[in-house]
Design a protein around this ligand. Structure first.
Ligand code: SF4
Length: 244
């Protein structure tokens, strides 16, 4: 059974086109800026347990709104941590002609996770930080597995849109951004690199859960921060996109 945190029927942000989105429960990262800390623990009384048929039934109910353009995203909090349960679901969904996106932080290296990547149409990996030590400090895991997975995506020629959250003081250092591009330009299946602004509007969620927000005092990324990062990367590429 798949542990589902929540579902969205008409999501227009974060992914291409209007999409059905299934957010899964559980994450092994501990991002200092996590905007949904309630999705991290595996145990959550509010999470739903769905098998492949239940997922498909829910998706089919949405069909009248989507005509032939059935687009579904399996998103974190983190879909591949449940890869053994997710694989049969993705297989069935693909049989029904859905366009499938996987939005992931790429920590999981299992056979099932790789099979899911092969089946999906578009992958949306988040690189967190190009520097392994800074990555560990910011999100509680090194970027080693993420980079391995990106190699795998290039190997199987799977299109992906790479994401980097611009967090002032943490991920907007000029040298790090240059390093990021040095890395990114070696990628062969990456269609775009998206820069997303860090927001601090979910501090209240942490407070409600009686957790201390680790980035208290760090300002939200401004348009200026994003433009500066883009200007550094733009010197090297035309594949950079800014997101709101
Ligand atoms: S990967 Fe996503 S869900 Fe997991 S801790 Fe980071 S922001 Fe939160």
């Amino acid at each position: 059974m798949l542990k589902v945190h929540s579902i969205e029927t008409f999501w227009t942000q974060d992914w291409p086109w209007i999409r059905l989105v299934i957010f899964l429960q559980w994450c092994m990262f501990r991002c200092k800026y996590c905007h949904n800390p309630d999705t991290i623990p595996f145990e959550n009384d509010k999470a739903m347990s769905w098998d492949a048929e239940e997922v498909l039934n829910w998706l089919r109910k949405q069909q009248p709104y989507f005509w032939d353009n059935w687009w579904v995203t399996f998103s974190w909090w983190e879909p591949l941590f449940q890869a053994p349960e997710l694989l049969p679901v993705v297989k069935k969904v693909k049989e029904s002609w859905f366009h499938v996106c996987i939005d992931t932080n790429w920590f999981v290296q299992s056979e099932e996770a790789r099979e899911i990547l092969k089946l999906a149409d578009l992958i949306l990996p988040d690189i967190k930080h190009i520097d392994p030590k800074k990555c560990l400090d910011l999100v509680g895991q090194s970027n080693e597995n993420t980079l391995k997975t990106l190699d795998y995506l290039d190997e199987i020629k799977k299109p992906y849109w790479l994401r980097q959250v611009i967090v002032p003081w943490y991920t907007n250092d000029e040298e790090d951004l240059k390093k990021l591009w040095e890395y990114v330009k070696t990628r062969t299946s990456m269609e775009r690199l998206e820069l997303l602004p860090y927001h601090n509007m979910w501090v209240s969620k942490w407070e409600k859960m009686k957790l201390q927000y680790p980035l208290k005092g760090v300002p939200a990324a401004s348009t200026d921060d994003l433009n500066k990062a883009k200007a550094i990367l733009d010197k090297y590429s035309d594949k950079i996109y800014l997101r709101g």
